[in-house]
Design a protein around this ligand. Structure first.
Ligand code: NDP
Length: 436
C-alpha cells in the first residue's frame, strides 16, 4: 500500500490473487527467493501521456492516456484499451495484472497489459472520436508493435475506434502489421472473434459439467446482458440443447418460458446492435415472454447461470436466491460480475463457479490467434478457429481442475485453480530469466 498510495482497485486485485499464490508457494523456496509475486505485481512500466485534441466547437481538449505494460515473460504485452471517464492508473494497473494471468491460461504466448484514457466517447461525434483516436495513437505508437505490445478493444473501444487507431498507426509508421486486434474482417480481423467470448464461456461450462458427469442438454439457463457476449453464450447453450430463459439490458430483463431459440437470438442481435433497441421490446414481439423493468434475472429458477453484462451485477443476496432455486453451475462471461460476497456463497454451497478470468478467456485467445494469422499473412476459416477455441477452453478447464481440485471429492475451486495455473507459467519463465 505504501508503494501504491490510493490505488484501491490495484491493491485489492493483488491481495486477492496473493492469498491463493501464498498457499501454493508455501513449500516452494525458489519462488520466495526470487520474489516472483512481488515482481509480477510491479508493472514492467507504466507510460502516461497527454492526449490533446480539438472538439467540433474548435475548443482544445486535454485528456490523459496510459499504457500499462505489466509483464512480458511469456509473450508480447497484450490487453485492451478502455475509453471511459472512470479510467485511472489504478484501474488500468489492476486490469493489466489480471490480464497477465488470463493470457497465461490461454496457453498462447501473450504477456499482460492494459491501456486507455479518461476520454468519454459517449455523445461525441464521429469526427471528434476520430481526432481523439488519432491523437492517442500519435503517442502510443512508439510504445507498441506486433512483437512488443498488441492492444485490443475494451469498454468504449469497438470496431470504429480500432479502425481509427489502426489507420493512424499505419500512416505514421508506414507499416501494415498486426499491432492491434479486434480489427474488422476486411483488414486482418479474425473469424470467430465476435463469437469467441460467449461460446468460450459455454464451452468452459460444458467442461465443468462433464467433470461432474453432467452436460448442458435439457438444462435451463439464465443469462444477463444482450450484447456480444450474452447473445453468443445464448446461441451456444441453444446449440447444445439447453433452454435459455432470460436476457437483459440496463433497463431490465425478459423471461421467456418457451426458451430463447436461434431465431429469437437472431432477432435480439439485430434489434440490439443494428436497431439500437431495448430488450423490453422482446416481450411485445414474443407474447409468451414477460419484461421485468429495472430488475435482474437471478430470481428465475434455473440449472445454469451466466452473468454476461457487466461488473458487480450479481450480489450475495442474488447468489443465495440462485442457490436456493437449485442452480448447479455459474460461468462468468463478463468481467467480475459476481461480488466477493456472491463468490463466497457459491463456494460455500459447492456450486461449480467459473470466474471470468478463466471462463471468458476465449475472447483474448482468439485475439492471440488473430496475431498469429497476421504474422503469417493468412486468414483461417471458422471451422479451424472453432476447433482451436474448443481445445483452448478445454485446456484452461483442465489446468484449473489440476490446481484448484480439493482432496477427496470432485469439487474444484476454479478461482484458486485459475490464479495458480496462470501464475505458475509466468513465474517459471521469470525464474528462467534470472534477476531481470
Ligand atoms: P456489450 O456492450 O456488447 O453488451 C453489454 C450488455 O450489458 C448490454 O446488453 C448492456 O445493456 C448490458 N449492461 C451494461 N451495463 C449494465 C448494467 N449496469 N445493468 C444491466 N445490464 C447492463 O458488451 P460485451 O457483451 O462485449 O461485454 C459484456 C461483458 O463481458 C463486459 O464485462 C466485458 O468487459 C466482458 N468481456 C467481453 C469480451 C468480449 O470479447 N466482448 C471479452 C472478455 C470480457 P445496454 O444495452 O442497456 O447498455
Amino acid at each position: 500500500e505504501k508503494r501504491n498510495p490510493g490505488q484501491v482497485e490495484f491493491i485489492q486485485a493483488v491481495r486477492e490473487v496473493a492469498q491463493d499464490i501464498f498457499e501454493f508457494i508455501e513449500d516452494k523456496e525458489e519462488y520466495h527467493e526470487a520474489q516472483i509475486l512481488r515482481r509480477i505485481a510491479e508493472p514492467d512500466r507504466v507510460v502516461s501521456f497527454r492526449v490533446c485534441w480539438e472538439d467540433d466547437n474548435h475548443c482544445i481538449r486535454v485528456q490523459r492516456g496510459w499504457r500499462v505494460q505489466n509483464n512480458n515473460a511469456i509473450g508480447p504485452y497484450k490487453g485492451g484499451i478502455r475509453f471511459h471517464p472512470s479510467v485511472t492508473e489504478s484501474v488500468l494497473k489492476f486490469l493489466a495484472f489480471e490480464q497477465t494471468f488470463k493470457n497465461s491460461l490461454t496457453g498462447l504466448p501473450m504477456g499482460g497489459g492494459k491501456g486507455g484514457s479518461n476520454f468519454n466517447p459517449k455523445g461525441k461525434s464521429d469526427s471528434e472520436v476520430m481526432r481523439f483516436c488519432q491523437s492517442f495513437m500519435t503517442e502510443l505508437y512508439r510504445h507498441i508493435g506486433p512483437d512488443t505490445d498488441v492492444p485490443a478493444g475494451d469498454i468504449g473501444v469497438g470496431g470504429r475506434e480500432i479502425g481509427y487507431m489502426f489507420g493512424q498507426y499505419k500512416r505514421i509508421t508506414n507499416r501494415w502489421e498486426g499491432v492491434l486486434t479486434g480489427k474488422a474482417r476486411e483488414y486482418g480481423g479474425s473469424a470467430m472473434r465476435p463469437e469467441a467470448t460467449g461460446y468460450g464461456a459455454v464451452i468452459f461450462l460444458q467442461n465443468m459439467l462433464k467433470h461432474q458427469g453432467q452436460d448442458v442438454e435439457g438444462k435451463t439457463a439464465v443469462i444477463s446482458g444482450s450484447g456480444n457476449v450474452a447473445t453468443h453464450a445464448a446461441e451456444k447453450i441453444a446449440q447444445l440443447g439447453g433452454k435459455v430463459l432470460t436476457l437483459s439490458d440496463s433497463g431490465g430483463f425478459i423471461h421467456d418460458p418457451d426458451g430463447i431459440d436461434q431465431e429469437k437470438i437472431d432477432w435480439v442481435k439485430e434489434h440490439k446492435t443494428h436497431r439500437r433497441g431495448r430488450i423490453s421490446e422482446y416481450a411485445d414481439t414474443f407474447p409468451n415472454a414477460s419484461f421485468h423493468e429495472g430488475a435482474r434475472p437471478w430470481g428465475v429458477a434455473c440449472d445454469l447461470a451466466l452473468p454476461c453484462a457487466t461488473q458487480n451485477e450479481l450480489n450475495g443476496e442474488e447468489a443465495k436466491t440462485l442457490v436456493d432455486n437449485g442452480v448447479i453451475a455459474v460461468s462468468e462471461g463478463a468481467n467480475m460480475p459476481t461480488t466477493l460476497e456472491g463468490v463466497d456463497i457459491f463456494h460455500d454451497a459447492h456450486i461449480m463457479y467459473a470466474p471470468g478470468k478463466a471462463a471468458n478467456a476465449g475472447g483474448v485467445a482468439v485475439s492471440g490467434l488473430e496475431m498469429s494469422q497476421n504474422s503469417e499473412r493468412v486468414s483461417w476459416n471458422t471451422d479451424r478457429l472453432g476447433d482451436l477455441l474448443q481445445d483452448i477452453m478445454t485446456d484452461i478447464h483442465a489446468q484449473c481442475a489440476q490446481y484448484g481440485g480439493g482432496e477427496g471429492d470432485n469439487y474444484v475451486n476454479y478461482v484458486k485453480g485459475a490464479n495458480i495455473a496462470g501464475f505458475k507459467k509466468v513465474a517459471d519463465a521469470m525464474l528462467a530469466f534470472g534477476v531481470v
